[in-house]
Write a protein that binds this ligand. Structure first.
Ligand code: MG
Ligand code: MG
Length: 253
């Protein structure tokens, strides 16, 4: 069932969202060649805890980290490790959630490590832009299928493909609530968008084909063809007065 939030609940979610966004900003400052994904995870956990919140993902379904950190052809759900060291030219996806005063925030960014190829930079930029294409369709009276169609048609126009097996979702007292928010869809289909809907819109975009494979660790998801993948996510609320981007605390990244 879709949990519609009132203005008081959305105000509370602003706080969880802000802490989530801050944690990503702090992590971004630590991204450089030679840093392990465990070090990034520690920085994220410390920030969230210092703000009096809890990492949403730590222990969620048994996940061992505070953030999912995935490199290059890893799409999502990478496990932070002291043995995974960032290298010049990598792209790293950091996916973070913070739980505060009863509500979660959920946000992800793809960050270049040092200088990256033009291909990688273009993929990162297109993935971010596909989120903003989705936001244009996030309006009262539209349907979930309009969001997915907006993402998929933009991504296809750039020659990339969207991951189909993993999708966005409602966010609230649980990190993952109804409805599912696929990054593909048919315009005019799916649940109707109404005021009080809070969802994570999170395009996962592959430079190659859409197929993905789960690794033997039971978590890490990689592109089947080993092409690069990028991720961009914010938790966004729909209100009578427009959209509130709950997890965006930076400008332009
Ligand atoms: Mg996320
Ligand atoms: Mg999410």
């Amino acid at each position: 069932m879709i949990q519609i939030k009132n203005s008081v609940q959305i105000a509370a979610m602003r706080e969880a969202g802000r802490i989530t966004g801050e944690a990503l900003l702090v992590a971004r400052e630590h991204v450089r060649p030679g840093v392990s994904t465990k070090e990034l995870d520690d920085v994220i956990r410390h920030h969230i805890e210092r703000r009096g919140a809890k990492p949403s993902f730590l222990g969620l379904y048994g996940f061992p980290g505070s953030a999912c950190i995935s490199i290059n052809d890893e799409v999502i759900h990478g496990i932070p490790s002291k043995d995974r060291i960032l290298c010049e030219g990598d792209i790293v996806k950091i996916d973070v959630g913070a739980f505060y005063k009863g509500y979660h925030g959920d946000s992800a960014r793809t960050i270049p490590v040092g200088r990256v190829s033009c291909e990688a930079a273009d993929l990162i930029a297109a993935t971010k832009q596909s989120f903003y294409e989705a936001l244009k369709a996030f309006k009262i009276g539209n349907r979930i299928g309009d969001i997915g169609h907006a993402v998929d048609s933009f991504v296809q126009s750039r020659g990339y493909s969207v991951v189909r097996r993993y999708v966005g979702h409602g966010v609230g007292r649980d990190v993952h609530e109804s409805p599912d928010v696929p990054n593909f869809g048919t315009p005019g289909r799916g649940p109707r968008l109404c005021a009080g809907l809070v969802i994570a819109i999170e395009p996962m975009v592959n430079a190659g084909g859409f197929a993905v494979r789960e690794e033997a660790d039971g978590w890490t998801v990689k592109t089947a063809d080993h092409s690069l993948s990028a991720h961009y996510e914010n938790t966004v609320a729909l209100t009578e007065d427009g959209i509130i981007n709950l997890t965006e605390v930076e400008s332009g990244e």
